[in-house]
Design a protein around this ligand. Structure first.
Ligand SMILES: Cc1cc2nc3c(=O)[nH]c(=O)nc-3n(C[C@H](O)[C@H](O)[C@H](O)COP(=O)(O)OP(=O)(O)OC[C@H]3O[C@@H](n4cnc5c(N)ncnc54)[C@H](O)[C@@H]3O)c2cc1C
Length: 311
């Protein structure tokens, strides 16, 4: 792993640095390349463009670690407005939403689990009424059990709700076995947080090996794997596993982040693969941006240049 990964992930949680960095306009270079804008209209326009290129989308209203009930409610309303806007533009057949439970109350000191579950239900109901689905993003390892418990509750009424698992966690291969049942939508990613050795693989090779083991479990299973990676090697292996396990187009999908390898997104779609692009939007882009920089420190030069050139 890059030497810069850990410090950047620490900065992702620093209020001081956040205040400094977020004063730069969102349109500044690197931010704009990963986040289409702060308003729902920017995200919906980006969705329409990608859908026009035969891509699917999942939208994330940025925000996390909310410690305020009103803020959690505001996030729920942002999702409801987004779903209404997507529906009005006829986009819900191709666009779903991704939700972080910590943005809708999970981290609240009292009854966080219950509040997040109720809020997630409200979003799932609105998504279903709009003809689409919700996926629960996965956050740091201290929330994994609570998030999977909320997922199980939600799936009683909304079995279409997507799960996310992170290959860097030691537990994830077992989680994949438990989740690989019929109708179960499961996004497999490497994992974006700074996790201790006690719970997570630390080296790139170990994480990649774990990803492949998890992917085999999901591809061999009965569920719907959502392969979230930009890694060219893993994308190639996933395509050959699909053939090995007799999975046709539409029985799994690739997922990539907005702004990451856009030509590859289109190449895969052109080759007949289902490809979904994850679009984050909103004012709370700081933590998201820091995780992207931690993954790709070569973007740092670009980032620092846009910081110092700000008015
Ligand atoms: C759709 C989606 C949803 C996600 N949801 C979650 C979530 O809920 N929870 C969570 O913890 N994490 C999530 N992640 C982030 C994920 O865990 C990784 O941190 C992130 O995807 C980077 O890992 P990678 O698989 O792309 O491989 P890496 O090991 O970061 O990169 C491998 C190779 O991929 C290429 N590559 C990687 N990034 C880029 C880029 N930006 N531009 C060009 N090439 C690149 C390079 O060739 C690189 O060497 C999500 C990722 C995606 C794509």
């Amino acid at each position: 792993m890059s030497l810069l990964r850990q410090p950047l992930l620490l900065l992702a949680r620093s209020e001081k640095v956040k205040n400094l960095v977020t004063r730069m306009p969102v349109s500044a270079g690197i931010v704009r390349s990963y986040v289409p804008g702060e308003a729902a209209a920017n995200a919906v326009d980006a969705t329409a463009r990608l859908v026009g290129d035969d891509l699917r989308v999942t939208l994330d209203y940025l925000g996390e670690d909310t410690l305020d009930v009103d803020q959690a409610d505001a996030t729920v309303h942002a999702y409801l407005d987004l779903l209404t806007a997507l529906s009005a533009r006829g986009l819900t057949r191709h666009a779903e939403v991704s939700v972080k439970l910590s943005a809708i109350g999970q981290a609240l000191p009292q009854q966080g689990h219950k509040i997040a579950l109720e809020n997630a239900r409200t979003i799932c109901r609105a998504a279903r009424n709009a003809g689409t689905t919700v996926t629960l993003d996965m956050e740091d390892h201290t929330t994994t059990d609570a998030t999977l418990a909320t997922l199980r509750e939600l799936r009683k009424d909304f079995p279409e709700t997507g799960a996310v698992v992170q290959a860097y966690l030691h537990r994830t291969e077992a989680d994949c076995r438990a989740l690989a049942y019929e109708g179960s939508r499961v996004r497999l990613c490497k994992g974006a947080y700074d996790e201790p050795e006690s719970v997570a693989f630390q080296g790139r090779t170990d994480v990649d090996r774990s990803y492949i083991r998890c992917l085999k479990v999901l591809m061999a299973g009965q569920g719907y794997p959502m392969i979230a990676t930009h890694d060219p090697r893993i994308i190639t292996i996933a395509s050959s596993l699909a053939s090995r396990y007799g999975r046709g187009a539409g029985s799994y999908e690739f997922q990539l982040l907005y702004g990451a390898r856009p030509e590859e997104q289109r190449r895969l779609a052109y080759a007949g693969e289902t490809v979904r692009v994850y679009i984050p939007y909103g004012t709370e882009w700081y933590g998201y941006l820091m995780r992207r920089l931690a993954e790709r420190p070569q973007n740092l030069t670009f980032f620092v240049r846009s910081l110092v050139s700000k008015k």
